[in-house]
Design a protein around this ligand. Structure first.
Ligand SMILES: [Zn+2]
Ligand SMILES: [Zn+2]
Length: 277
C-alpha cells in the first residue's frame, strides 16, 4: 500500500517539485505588477504561498513542503484499534463487547504520527492557510481513508462531517480551527456536508502531555450540542456522523464527542483523524 500511494502521489506531482504545480514563487516584478491576471492568480493559489517560500519540512530542500525523496519516509497508518479498550480490532470498529449505548462506533486514521508526518502536521497547525501544505495533507488524509475497505463499509454520501470544535477563547486567540479546515476540505473530496453540531463549553488544558486517565477527566463535559443548527431544523436522528480531528492520541476527545452526538440522537458515530499518535 505504501509503495502504491507513493507512486500515485509522485505521478500526481504533489510531492515532486519538478512536476509540481506551476505556481512557484514568481520574481518580485511579477508581484509588484498588478494586472488583473496576476491578482486572479494570487487569489486562486493563496497569497501566503507567495510570501512564505516552500521548503521540505524534513530536509529543507526548496520547492515543496515535502520533497520527492522525503515522501518515501511517509508512513500510512494501518493499525486497527478499538478506541474504547485500546486493543486491536479486525475492522477498526469498536468491539461488540466494548459497545455501549453512547460509545463511538469506530475510528479511522490515515497517517502514523511520527517522523515527517509529525513535522507536516506541526507546520499545518501553525500555518493552516498555506494552501499547498493544506492540499498535500488533505490528499494524504483522503487517500489514506479511501484505501480502507472498513471505512467504505460504514461510509455513505449522506454521512455528516462534524469537526472537533475549539473553545471560543482559544479560537479567538488562534483565529482558526484546524479540525474545521480538515473537515471542510475533506467534505469537498467526498461530497458530504459539514455541520458544526458541537460546541466546546469547557476551556480544557491542552491534552498533550497528559496521561490517558487525565485526558479522559480533562475532556469530560467539554462538549455540548450546538443549538443553532438544531434550531434551524437540523436533526441528528438516524444520522451517521464522522467526527473530524487532526491527531488521534488516546481517543478521549472522540469518545466524549461521540457520547454527546449519540445522546442527541445520532445513530452511528465514527472518528476520522489525519494521523494516529
Ligand atoms: Zn526533503
Ligand atoms: Zn474494545
Amino acid at each position: 500500500m505504501r509503495f502504491e500511494l507513493t507512486r500515485a502521489f509522485l505521478l500526481k506531482g504533489l510531492a515532486n517539485p519538478r512536476n509540481g504545480p506551476s505556481y512557484a514563487t514568481p520574481p518580485n516584478d511579477r508581484i509588484i505588477s498588478s494586472n488583473i491576471f496576476d491578482l486572479l492568480h494570487l487569489a486562486r493559489v493563496g497569497i501566503l504561498d507567495f510570501l512564505f517560500p516552500k521548503y521540505c519540512v524534513n530536509c529543507k530542500k526548496i520547492g515543496s513542503y515535502l520533497c520527492g525523496n522525503c515522501f518515501s519516509y511517509l508512513s500510512f497508518d494501518d493499525e486497527k484499534i478499538c478506541v474504547v479498550c485500546d486493543r486491536p480490532s479486525i475492522n477498526s470498529l469498536t468491539h461488540p463487547r466494548c459497545q455501549t449505548k453512547y460509545a463511538i462506533d469506530g475510528v479511522f486514521t490515515s497517517l502514523a504520527y511520527k517522523g515527517v508526518v509529525k513535522k507536516l502536521v506541526y507546520k499545518f497547525k501553525y500555518n493552516p492557510y498555506l494552501s499547498d501544505l493544506k492540499n498535500l495533507l488533505i490528499e494524504l488524509f483522503y487517500e489514506g481513508l479511501i484505501q480502507k475497505e472498513d471505512f467504505y463499509r460504514v461510509f455513505s454520501k449522506d454521512s455528516v462531517f462534524v469537526p472537533i470544535p475549539l473553545h471560543p477563547s482559544k479560537l479567538k486567540k488562534r483565529g482558526y480551527n484546524q479540525s474545521q479546515i480538515l473537515a471542510e476540505e475533506l467534505s469537498k473530496k467526498f461530497g458530504n456536508r459539514v455541520v458544526n453540531l458541537l460546541e466546546r463549553v469547557k476551556d480544557t488544558k491542552t491534552q498533550a502531555g497528559l496521561k490517558k486517565d487525565d485526558r479522559k477527566k480533562n475532556i469530560i463535559a467539554a462538549f455540548v450540542l450546538k443549538r443553532s443548527h438544531l434550531d434551524q431544523g437540523e436533526t441528528l436522528n438516524g444520522k451517521t456522523i464522522f467526527i473530524v480531528d487532526d491527531v488521534l492520541t488516546t481517543g478521549s476527545t472522540f469518545l466524549e464527542a461521540a457520547k454527546v452526538l449519540k445522546k442527541g440522537g445520532a445513530k452511528r458515530v465514527f472518528g476520522l483523524a489525519l494521523a494516529r499518535d
